[in-house]
Design a protein around this ligand. Sequence first.
Ligand code: GLN
Length: 538
Amino acid sequence: MSTAKYIFVTGGVTSSLGKGIIAASLGKLLQARGFKVTIQKFDPYINIDPGTLNPYEHGECYVTSDGAETDLDLGHYERFLNIETSQANNITTGRIYHNVITKERQGEYLGKTVQVVPHITDEIKRNIFLLGESGQYDFVITEIGGSVGDIESLPFIEAVRQVRWDLGANNALVIHLTLIPYLKAAKELKTKPTQHSVKELLAEGIQPDILVCRTEMPLPMELRKKLALFCNVNLNSVIEAIDADTIYDVPMNMKKEKLDERVLAKLKIHTKNEPDLDQWKTFLGKLKNPMDEVTIGLVGKYVSLPDAYKSIAEAFVHAGAENDSKVNIRWISSEEISSESVESILSGLDGVLVAPGFGERGMEGKIEAIRYVRENKIPFFGICLGMQCAVVEFARNVLGLDASSTELNAKTKHPVIDMMEEQKKITIKGGTMRLGSYDCRIKKGSKAHGAYGETLIQERHRHRYEFNNKYLEAMEGAGMKAVGVNPDSGLVEIIELKDHPWFIGVQYHPELRSTVLNPHPLFVKFVGAALSHKRSIS
Ligand code: GLN
C-alpha cells in the first residue's frame, strides 16, 4: 500500500466509553495482519497540551520520546502497538489555534479574514495528514476526543467530514463509539441514545460507517437489526463492545466481532493475512493464570484517581504477567503517612513504589515511607520525585544532614536535590521541563545493569529538579550509589543502595516505555524482588 488510509473514531452518548482502547485494539488487529499503523488523538480543549493540567482534570500526562506532553491515550497506543508516538500524535484545539494565529501574525493569510472554516479546519486537516504523508503508515487512526454534539469538537468533526468527502469512502471511514445502556427496571438494553447520537453526527454531515456499541450485556440480533436500520449502517457493521475483565481482552473481543474485517472490506483492502496474535495470547494467558500474587504500595499524591498513575498501573500488569503473578496495587496517599502511622500503613506490603509528582504537598510522607522501607529492607522503587525523596531521606537519616529538595524547602542548608541553572531562569510553565528521551550510562555490576542487560539506555524525562552532584561523593561513600548517569551532562539518573535487597530510584519515567510485548525490565525485576521478599518472610 502506498498511500495511507484514514480511520476516524468519534464518540457519542457519554464520555469515558474507551475510544482510546477501541482505537488501540483496532490498530493492534491491523498491525497483527502486517500493516503499519499509527494512532493520533485530537483533543478539543484550549490548552496547548495537557502538560499544565492537574492530573485530577485529565489523568496522567504521557510523555513521548521527542518530549511532547500528551494525552494518556497515547500510552494505550504505545502499550498495545509497541510503537513510539510523538508530538504529531496529539493535537489540541489550543495548538491548532496557536498555529493559525502565529501564521496570521506573520502575515501569511495575505489580508484575508481568518475564520474557523476554512482556516481552522484546514489546519486540523493538515495535522490529520501529517503522519499519513510521511509514507511510513498504511493506516492512520485518528481519535476525536469529547462527544459528538459538544461545541468544542465541531471544527474537528467538520474537518473529518471534509476528509471523508475529499478522499472518498475507499480511503477514509468513520467509526462511531456509543453506549447501549441497560435499564434495570425495564430489564432492557436501550438503543435510543445511540440513535440520537448518530442523528447528531448526521446533522454535522457525517454518516458513520461502523457503530461500536459499548454494552454490559450481549447485544441480541433484534437490537443489532434495529440499530442498523435506524442508523443506516450495515448489520455486520454493528459491533458489540461488551465490558471486559481487562482492557487487554478488547483486541480479542474486536476480532471476534470482526471489526478489523469490516474496516478492511469497507476500505477495499484485500489481504489473506490473518492477524498473528500469538504473543498477545501468551501474555493474556499469563495475565489470567497467575501462580502467585504480590501487593505493592503505591505512595502518591493523586491516589484517589488511579488514571493519574495509568502508565505505572499498566507497567505492573505487564511485569506481573511476566512473573506469572498478579500484582495488587494498594493506593496510599502520601499525606496520610507520618512517623506514627507509617508502620501500620506499610507493614505487610511486598514492595513500595513512591510515585512521581510535583509540589511540596505529601513530600514529607513520601520521605517517611522511604525511611521505613530502607530500614526494613522492603523492596523499593522510586520514580522521579520518588527518587528525589529517596536522596533527601538518605541525606537526612544516614548522612545526618539537614537536607531537602529546593522544591520542598527553597532555603534548605543542604539542597541535595536542586534546580539546574538553566531551569531557574524559566518563568513560563508549559513545556519548560527537562522533557523526553535522554541517554543514561549504567555501571556494570549494578542491579539496574542486571535488569537492563545493557550499559547505554534511553529513558524519558519530565522534571525540573536534579540530584545535586556536590553531594555525590558523600552519598556514595555512605552507600547510596549513582549507578546510572547521563553521559553528556553528568546528571544522576539512577541511584541504588548497597546493603538492601532491592532499592532503586530513577530520575526518569520507566513506566512510559512498558508495553505488552516489552514489559519494562525495572518493573519486572521489582515485582520479582517483591515476590522474593514475600517468600522470604512467609
Ligand atoms: N517535581 C519534581 C521535579 O520537577 C519531580 C517531577 C516528577 O516526578 N515527574 O523535578
